[in-house]
Design a binder for this molecule. Structure first.
Ligand code: PEP
Ligand code: MG
Length: 756
């Protein structure tokens, strides 16, 4: 009978392992000793270590039990065979009948046909798979969970030794043919656009654990508790830090960390790991490895965010345990850092010196993730879902991040670097030119004035008003602070954010759009029923009208924040005029409440609606006679008009906003708003595209709201344009397909020296 390794058994094994390490001999001799020792302790006939070479091939480096002639000969690609599967998923496998598993890849040179059961775990470090540690048994053996855990603990110790060059000389890790040093191009998903050229900085690489195995568990538990207390204190200090307090949303994020830092289950798991014989820091890393392994299998976005918060927290805790320079969070960064990570939380991004941060690349990550939202607000290019990133990129590698089409060039050749450097210089020159023009009005050569507004969603966006010289905020997406919070913000919390936004805007108008949650805007703390078609589901004011308390609370917060100042409120996803009326009535109730309590109410209160659902187009007159203003949400309007999901590139790019249907429709909205003298703007992506904006000007739009980086190019375009001339030309384009209209407008711009 095989006895599962309990805590004390694991402790003994670690101790013996340390003794082997302390003995002299070559790296190979020590590795041979290690596999022998593990085989004996785990009552296995075989123990083998496979080491990753060139990030692609797992080579048998040492074995007890398999044929020795297979050592350094047997190789498996990542994903190939059971060993390759463990590496590709970075998770353990324990199989009583491994031989009949569909992934089993037989290698005759190993003589492994006589072993029925197999248990293997990845050798992980800093999120990278360095190799695989395997035991095998002749008989069918059901490995216990405790045994998997014990092998994982041993693998963790091996990982540190591999990384420190103690077990396997660093030369051995380098590919014989130099493969890993060749340039590599990786693809990813653009989470924030832009270009960057710089040096790879691995997000959590520098924490080299000196001591892994400890003699005195009580002492280690004490160290752990002290470090947790220190970390909590540091988080409290961050919460109190003035610049973070100003960015109200970041505080929410940090409060999430604190909540987790108080989580007893998390700390208890670390204590349990200490009791198996690890030092406190090794125990934290062990639990972190487990969390990462779990993260790989979780698809629920809420859970993934939470697990990634735990991952962040473990990094912080490690820094406190290791002490010294790492603990204060200050890290020497190259001047052109491109940070490489599996995933990270937004607060971690903010820990980096923004003046040196050029870009971010994530192996995971999603457009709606908090870090992507914050990176977009900071105008840092981000690439996500970049598979193989952590195995292909090493600290200090040169990188070129092409965040417009989703490519990362690793160790790019000189010519590619030069192209990037040239483009970056051009961009910088253009930005300087835009900044110099920021105080000039956006007026065409024939005197037509255009109002340029920015879209914002976080308080860190608001200073862009001053930097770009925009007239105001045409769309404040209030759901974004809700998306980065850990719980539904109460009235006072909301009011604080809106108050600060108005303060920073310094009297420039801000259009607050009420909550547009649902669809792609997921609130992590709000579990909702799955929907087949969330974009057309229970979202925005549909939720608000079914749960009026939510909308009333937000309206109350807006009135409180305005405190007598002018206020503009806009309702999203209005589908019928009756819905607009219902929202207005809720606002009236809040106004009445404010009046009764003697609260200062806005002198000017404008109430508007987004025009983004086609049904509303047939009730436009009724809407325009009631609303103070409307704003066309071309992003949603396009997806509903063309029945083409905005988040699916294959259908989204298929339809052009300049096609006859859309142009006619946009023209009708402009004409109707003119008849009712109702304010009109457009705040979808189309507004920030110079060619799209040229079309909108022809159709009568004079107020455009866009991402802040588009303001400069649009101002330049408008100031070089003679709108009268363009309108003459425009009348000849009627009825042409979208692509033809786009080419014609581009040609007009070229002929008239209009930068687009
Ligand atoms: C739109 O739909 O065009 C819009 C501006 O709103 P959002 O992108 O936030 O849905
Ligand atoms: Mg919309």
């Amino acid at each position: 009978m095989n006895q599962p390794l309990g805590q004390s058994g694991a402790r003994m094994l670690l101790k013996r392992l340390r003794n082997v390490m302390a003995r002299g001999g070559t790296a190979q001799q020590r590795l041979n000793q290690v596999v022998k020792l593990i085989a004996a302790d785990m009552v296995a006939e075989v123990c083998s270590t496979y080491v990753m070479r060139a990030g692609e091939v797992l080579e048998l480096f040492a074995t007890e039990g398999l044929k020795q002639e297979a050592v350094h000969k047997t190789r498996l690609r990542v994903g190939e065979g059971l060993v390759g599967d463990i590496a590709s998923h970075a998770r353990p496998l324990a199989l009583a009948d491994a031989q009949h598993h569909p992934l089993f890849a037989y290698r005759p040179e190993t003589g492994e046909e006589i072993y029925q059961s197999l248990m293997g775990v990845p050798i992980l470090r800093g999120g990278r798979v360095l190799g695989v540690l395997v035991i095998q048994n002749k008989s069918r053996r059901q490995y216990a969970d405790e045994e998997v855990e014990a092998l994982e603990t041993v693998a963790m110790v091996l990982a540190e030794l591999v990384a420190s060059g103690e077990l396997i000389s660093p030369e051995e890790l380098r590919p014989g043919d130099g493969n890993a040093l060749l340039p590599v191009r990786l693809e990813g998903v653009v989470l924030s656009p832009g270009l960057a050229l710089g040096t790879a900085v691995l997000h959590s690489p520098e924490l080299r654990l000196q001591q892994l195995v400890a003699e005195d568990p009580d002492h280690e538990v004490g160290r752990l508790h002290r470090a947790v207390a220190e970390m909590r204190q540091a988080i409290d200090q961050m919460l109190a830090a003035s610049d973070l307090a100003a960015g109200g949303e970041h505080r929410d994020v940090l409060e999430t960390y604190r909540m987790f830092a108080e989580d007893k289950g998390w700390v208890n798991r670390q204590v349990e790991a200490i009791l198996t014989g690890l030092t406190a820091e090794a125990a934290v890393q062990k639990v972190q490895n487990d969390t990462r392994a779990r993260m790989r299998d979780v698809s629920d976005p809420y859970l993934r965010e939470r697990l990634s918060d735990l991952d962040d927290l473990a990094n912080r805790l490690l820094k406190h345990l290791i002490g010294g320079e790492a603990a204060d969070g200050v890290r020497a960064l190259p001047d052109d850092a491109i940070v490489i990570a599996r995933n990270m939380g937004p607060a971690e991004l903010l820990d980096y010196d923004r003046t040196k941060l050029r870009g971010l690349v994530l192996e995971e990550g999603a457009a709606a993730s908090h870090v992507a939202i914050v990176a977009r607000a900071l105008d840092i290019p981000v690439l996500g879902r970049c598979l193989g990133l952590l195995t292909k990129v090493s600290e200090g590698d040169a990188l070129a991040l092409e965040g417009d089409h989703g490519q990362l060039f690793v160790r790019p050749p000189e010519d590619i670097q030069q192209v990037f450097a040239g483009s970056l210089r051009q961009r910088a020159l253009r930005q300087e030119a835009y900044a110099a023009l920021k105080d000039l009005p956006a007026v065409t050569l024939d005197g037509v004035e255009v109002t340029l507004n920015i879209n914002a969603g976080l308080l860190i966006d608001v200073p862009q008003l001053a930097l770009t010289g925009a007239a105001g905020i045409g769309l404040y997406r209030t759901e974004i602070p809700f998306m980065v919070a850990h719980e539904f913000p109460d009235t006072e919390r909301q009011a604080e954010i809106y108050r600060k936004a108005l303060d920073i805007a310094g009297g420039k108008p801000v259009v607050f759009r009420t909550l547009d949650i649902g669809s792609d805007k997921v609130l992590p703390y709000w579990q909702r029923a799955e929907e087949e078609n969330p974009a057309m589901g229970w979202r925005a004011i549909r939720i608000a009208l079914d749960r009026p308390a939510i909308l009333r609370q937000q309206l109350r917060a807006l009135l409180l924040a305005a405190n007598g100042r002018d206020l503009r409120i806009m309702f999203p996803m209005v589908t019928e005029v009756a819905e607009f009326d219902a929202c207005r009535s809720l606002l009236d109730l809040e106004l009445q409440r404010g009046r009764q309590r003697g609260l200062p109410l806005p002198e000017v209160l404008q109430v508007g609606a987004m025009v983004e659902v086609p049904a509303l187009l047939w009730e436009l007159d009724e809407l325009l006679s009631r609303a103070d203003f409307v704003s066309v949400g071309s992003n949603d309007l396009k997806q509903f008009v063309y029945a083409a999901d905005r988040a699916t590139p294959s259908v989204n790019d298929r339809y052009d906003l300049l096609s006859p249907a859309m142009l006619r429709l946009l023209g009708q909205i402009a004409a109707a708003s003119g008849r009712f003298a109702t304010g009109l703007s457009l705040c979808g992506e189309m507004a920030g595209d110079p060619i799209g904006a040229m079309a909108l000007l022809c159709l009568g739009y004079r107020n455009l709201s866009m991402t802040p980086t588009a303001i400069g190019p649009l101002r330049v375009m408008i100031r070089s344009l003679h709108l009268g001339q363009l309108q003459d030309y425009w009348s000849r384009l009627s009825g042409l397909p979208g692509s033809a209209v786009r080419s014609a407008l581009t040609a007009f711009a070229q002929d008239h020296s209009i930068p687009v």
